[in-house]
Design a protein around this ligand. Structure first.
Ligand SMILES: [Zn+2]
Length: 94
């Protein structure tokens, strides 16, 4: 009986681990589109896409198309934008 319980517990743990891994998407950390630099929502409902566990948002379909052409470059662009945002200090507004 104890063995069955153990097997059940392990099974639940394994299930929890897999579903957690699938849900691990990093949210988009910017309030603007990295392609047009337009604020999200200004051109209507923003579009989003998950690439390699990172959520990317776009102000319009054109920007999403640019991303789809070269997602690796788009992800790089995004990371650069996030890095400059967090290291910009208090003088980040331009
Ligand atoms: Zn756009």
């Amino acid at each position: 009986m104890k063995k069955l319980l153990l097997a059940l517990t392990l099974g639940i743990f394994a299930l929890a681990a897999t579903s957690q891994a699938a849900d691990q998407v990093k949210p988009y950390a910017l309030d603007y589109c990295v392609y047009s630099k337009d604020k999200l929502g200004e051109m209507g409902k923003p579009l989003s896409e998950v690439y390699e566990g990172q959520e990317i948002k776009f102000c319009c379909k054109d920007c999403k198309t640019s991303f789809d052409k070269d997602p690796a470059a788009g992800l790089k662009k995004y990371h650069a934008a996030v890095a400059s945002k967090s290291s910009g200090g208090s003088n980040a507004a331009q």
